[in-house]
Ligand binder design. Structure first.
Ligand code: FE2
Ligand code: FE2
Length: 154
């Protein structure tokens, strides 16, 4: 995705991938869980998908757009309420990428890029860095979105 940022094109791409995920996964279940403040995991993941696409376009980084969007949408596909105490979620930050990947691969085959996006999005908290441009973009977009969501709830 190079050149000017085409909002409509990004919106259509994200919408289409959500539709495809809805056909073969539990993606809608992410609406049941909250991420930051009043933002659900679903909303957060959609925001990260948009932001990843914008970053790729603005920075003129060539990407596999489908993998970028799918990986972004699934990066927090852990499917539990991480705010619940006593549920073994105290190390959520470290372990949820693996849980998200395990859930996603139960539902559908994943490309290497999609797998890497999901598993490495918490870098540098989880020490192994992303391996693909798409995974770096989602890693950055996730932090931008998380910061905005956390600040806007205050
Ligand atoms: Fe995450
Ligand atoms: Fe996230």
């Amino acid at each position: 995705m190079q050149g000017t940022v085409r909002k409509n094109e990004i919106a259509a791409l994200v919408k289409n991938e959500i539709k495809r995920l809805n056909e073969k996964s539990r993606f809608q279940d992410t609406k049941k869980y909250m991420q930051h403040g009043r933002v659900s995991v679903y909303e957060h993941c959609v925001r990260v998908a948009y932001t990843s696409c914008y970053l790729a376009a603005v920075l003129k980084i060539p990407v596999d757009r489908t993998a970028l969007v799918r990986g972004a949408l699934l990066h927090d596909y852990f499917l539990y309420d991480w705010h619940e105490k006593g549920e073994g979620h105290s190390l959520h930050g470290f372990f949820h990428p693996r849980k998200a990947w395990e859930n996603a691969r139960q539902d559908m085959p994943l490309s290497d890029i999609e797998k890497n996006i999901i598993l490495r999005h918490m870098f540098p908290l989880t020490v192994v860095p992303p391996q693909f441009r798409e995974a770096w973009l989602v890693c950055a977009a996730d932090k931008i979105c998380a910061m905005k969501e956390t600040v806007s709830k205050r």
